[in-house]
Ligand binder design. Structure first.
Ligand SMILES: [Zn+2]
Length: 184
């Protein structure tokens, strides 16, 4: 059971893929990075943008299970995850959102938040079943990121203020550096 406080700095674990992505984000070197919230990092999943707006919300704590977090942190993490999902929905207007917390391959809590659209090729199944993903060239992350960030700045702040009144002065969303985006 963790005793770490909300807003504690991220602790990277060696040889963890998700920690590696977070470290790159902190260094300003991850073009998929969107924002850091109190309990997690928001990334676009660059390899699966055939589901436009496919987002990952990765815990700042490198732990494998929800019950590895204490109750305060657990509530914060889940509340923020829901707010990120709301932002994805508002930004990309899918027909449905899918949420998945797996971690079989990488045991560091990270949510997959997956927009599903009306023209989905396999709407009754998860994206990991059925047809293989269609490989697409490098996605222009900038416009997707900007759309998501606009919603995050509104939705997440509202969620934080509703949930953590005792932690005010509130959320400072750390914006991704738009100048770091080299995509067209
Ligand atoms: Zn990790």
């Amino acid at each position: 059971m963790t005793s770490a406080r909300i807003n504690a700095p991220t602790e990277y674990s060696a040889d963890c893929f998700v920690c590696g992505r977070i470290a790159l984000a902190d260094a300003g070197q991850n073009p998929e990075f969107v924002a850091r919230l109190r309990t997690g990092y928001v990334f676009l999943n660059g390899g699966r943008q055939e589901y436009r707006g496919y987002t990952l919300f990765s815990s700042t704590r490198c732990v494998p299970e929800l019950h590895s977090l204490n109750s305060t942190w657990q509530t914060a993490f889940l509340r923020e995850m829901a707010a990120v999902g709301h932002s994805v929905f508002q930004a990309f207007e899918p027909a449905k959102l899918n949420y998945a917390l797996l971690g079989n391959g990488v045991p560091h809590l990270h949510w997959h938040i997956i927009p599903r659209y009306a023209d989905d090729p396999n709407p009754q199944r998860t994206i990991w079943e059925g047809p293989s993903p269609v490989a697409i060239p490098t996605v222009a992350m900038g416009s997707l990121r900007d759309a998501l960030l606009r919603e995050l700045e509104r939705t997440v702040r509202d969620a934080i203020e509703a949930t953590y009144k005792d932690l005010r002065p509130g959320l400072a969303v750390k914006r991704a550096d738009s100048n770091a985006d080299s995509n067209p």
